[in-house]
Design a protein around this ligand. Structure first.
Ligand code: BGC
Length: 245
């Protein structure tokens, strides 16, 4: 099945048609800057522009940085507050004229890694964390996703964990790898003591630099980098449009 996968992020909106059987992109991905303020209509217009560039009129899967319940965006951390409580699924479908399905962006990345990347064939409980502007999370048990976990908003030192341990925090505060690993370690240990996972997968742009910080972490649970890098969100969004009603 061929589905257009879109990954909506705080800084860029990326998309490409995906072969959902193989997880391969059928064309080079397009990236357009996220419109300033990240408001609903301008973002939906960018998705339409990407669909038009590919001459697309089939199904579209959209990974979005918020929990999604029945197509409704429930919360907004790194995007405009205007998304809260709106039927984003219906908005994208109306503006693009295509059948759109929404999924949380980290859940999308998790689906892709479980099907085609680092999580393939891995048993037990797996937690994928995307470290980027925020911290996204996806938890799987024997391959089954429990959607909309928002572990990045767990409180640490009175602040959201993502404010302290995302890649954006590392860059904003100019942290050394040692300093950053210490913070991430605390967050991972919190996860470890709550969920007792069999494996952590670390995704997001920072997974390219895994060798700089993974060896500094001290959790008992094995930790491996994601494999699909910046394609995971696109591929997983397409998979969601295939599997969700
Ligand atoms: C959002 C999550 C999202 C994560 C990564 C968080 O701020 O609340 O829904 O998955 O950022 O984009």
């Amino acid at each position: 099945m061929h589905i257009l996968g879109i990954d909506v992020g705080g800084s860029g909106i990326k998309g490409a048609p995906v072969d959902t059987k193989t997880g391969e992109l059928l064309a080079e991905r397009i990236r357009i800057k996220t419109p300033k303020n990240g408001e609903p209509e301008p973002i939906a217009e960018v998705v339409k522009q990407i669909a038009q560039t590919f001459n697309w009129n089939g199904a579209i899967g959209i990974g979005f940085p918020a929990p999604i319940k029945g197509g409704v965006t429930m919360m907004a951390a790194n995007i405009s507050e205007k998304w809260v409580g709106i039927n984003a699924d219906a908005l994208f479908t109306t503006i693009t004229g295509c059948d759109c399905t929404l999924i949380n962006d980290a859940d999308a990345a998790g689906l892709a890694e479980m099907s085609f990347g680092a999580g393939r064939g891995q048993p037990g409980t797996i937690i994928l964390l995307t470290l980027g502007t925020g911290i996204g999370s996806a938890i799987f048990h024997h391959g089954c996703l429990l959607p909309n976990t928002e572990f990045g908003h767990l409180r640490m030192k009175g602040q959201d964990a993502e404010f302290r341990a995302s890649d954006a925090a590392r860059q904003r505060e100019n942290l050394s790898w040692e300093q950053y690993a210490k913070r991430l370690d605390k967050f991972l240990k919190r996860m470890e003591n709550l969920f007792w996972p069999n494996l952590f997968i670390i995704g997001g742009g920072i997974s390219k630099e895994a060798e700089n910080f993974l060896p500094l972490l001290t959790t008992e649970t094995p930790i491996i980098p994601a494999q699909l890098l910046n394609q995971a969100g696109i591929v997983g969004a397409a998979l969601a449009a295939r599997t969700l009603p």
